[in-house]
Design a protein around this ligand. Structure first.
Ligand SMILES: [Zn+2]
Length: 122
């Protein structure tokens, strides 16, 4: 875990510089997570085979997701740990959940209802 400088902005252009805790994920951990995701979705597809009627929709959907989502997940090389960050507009503490990301993390401020984007500074 590493403290890193980041910029938080909202859709009206106010921005703040904040310190955030970020984990840089290794290639090995990303590949393992993607394989787990793929097999998890395939297992769900296998279970859905036994659900009458709904399996016509669920099985193909889960198989497509099992192919697409692991590749999208593989690109996320950083993870934001769960933490509270000040909203640049209303100065309220906004809870960010633990999330893997590539460039930015988006969330909503529950107080002023503006969309917040968090970017890491180089
Ligand atoms: Zn706010």
């Amino acid at each position: 875990m590493k403290k890193q400088k980041a910029v938080i902005t909202n859709n009206q252009g106010s921005e703040n510089e904040v310190d955030v805790e970020v984990i840089h994920l290794t290639t090995k951990s990303r590949v393992i997570k993607s394989i787990q995701l793929c097999f998890g979705l395939l297992l769900m597809a296998l279970v859905c085979v036994f659900i009458p009627v709904f399996h016509f929709v669920l099985v193909p959907t889960l198989i497509i997701l099992a192919i697409v989502l692991p590749f999208l997940n593989l690109k996320n090389d950083k993870a934001l740990t769960a933490q509270k960050i000040k909203c640049p507009k209303c100065q309220n503490q906004v809870a960010f959940k633990t999330k893997r990301f590539q460039q930015e993390v988006k969330t909503f401020c529950p107080e002023c209802r503006s969309q917040l984007k968090l970017f890491l500074k180089a």
